[in-house]
Design a protein around this ligand. Structure first.
Ligand code: SF4
Length: 277
């Protein structure tokens, strides 16, 4: 089975969402949060790709313009009713420009991307004929692998997804011949009102996993993909939540309509941990 880690995670989050997205291939309306996060990523990528050769960052004003154009293009397909409050386009533009300004002053000057080190797509062979695909954001010339994240709240390093860290390290080793010296999450915190300010969190660094970690994770991933294949065969896609509460989900209107037609079945959570047993 060919899969990505985000696809596997999506089943652990809500199997019904997994079904809509990956089994039925139903396109979801773009939400402003996604448009914002992707636009920040694309703007940083735009800077770092040219920096491989130029060894200089682009002026912040150029990047702000690139960001605005990218964001406006992505928001143009977002349904009007989603563009309110903290998702108002004017607010998102100002927030993104603030993030970029901070990042380009505080972080970018010390980051020199490695050759082929920007937006690296990878494929990892797994036991049982499975394959995992994915992408990491940046490998710098100090061999630090960076993942850019936009988040509502500050990121808690204690809750880091170890499996994701191992996958990135392993991908780095396959692509560049060695594991990274460290992994770094660069987190843009949007703030959710109650939790305080929007801003750039201090870099969160993790040591690179060991070769033994990689072997363990490869086995776990192959086991998960076996179970996912079985779930697909059984057509086992329960809802993890009551749809009226899932305001963040792109499929909520469709899911809620179907849920009501099906007599409002109770939600049933399936954790990824339970799939491995
Ligand atoms: S609306 Fe809720 S239950 Fe339905 S697919 Fe989305 S996350 Fe799952």
């Amino acid at each position: 089975m060919k899969s990505s880690y985000s696809r596997i995670n999506s089943y652990g989050f809500c199997p019904k969402k997994y079904e809509y997205r990956y089994v039925l291939g139903i396109p979801a309306p773009v939400k402003p949060e996604l448009a914002f996060g992707v636009s920040i990523h694309e703007t940083l990528e735009h800077n770092f790709i040219q920096k491989i050769d130029s060894r200089k960052d682009l002026p912040v004003g150029d990047l702000a313009l690139f960001f605005r154009t990218t964001l406006d293009g992505r928001l143009s397909v977002v349904p009007e009713e989603y563009l309110r409050g903290p998702s108002d386009p004017h607010y998102l533009r100002a927030l993104g420009e603030h993030f970029l300004d901070r990042f380009m002053q505080d972080r970018a000057p010390s980051l020199q991307p490695a050759v082929r080190g920007v937006e690296c797509s990878f494929r990892l062979p797994l036991p049982n004929d499975h394959e995992l695909t994915g992408q990491f954001d940046l490998l710098d010339t100090e061999w630090v692998l960076h993942d850019f994240k936009t988040s509502n709240k500050p990121y808690d390093p204690k809750r880091a997804d170890r499996m994701q860290l191992v996958i990135y390290s392993w991908a780095c080793e396959r692509m560049f011949g060695r594991v990274p010296s460290a992994l770094c999450f660069d987190v843009f915190v949007k703030g959710d009102g109650a939790e305080g300010e929007a801003g750039l969190q201090a870099p969160i660094l993790f040591p690179a996993p060991t070769a033994a970690d990689m072997g363990t994770v490869a086995q776990r991933l192959a086991g998960l993909l076996d179970r996912l294949g079985e779930a697909e065969t059984r057509h086992d896609f329960p809802r993890s939540f009551d749809p009226p509460r899932c305001h963040w989900c792109e499929y909520q209107p469709r899911c809620q309509k179907e849920w009501e037609l099906e007599g409002q079945p109770r939600p049933r959570k399936i954790s990824l941990g339970s799939l491995q047993n």
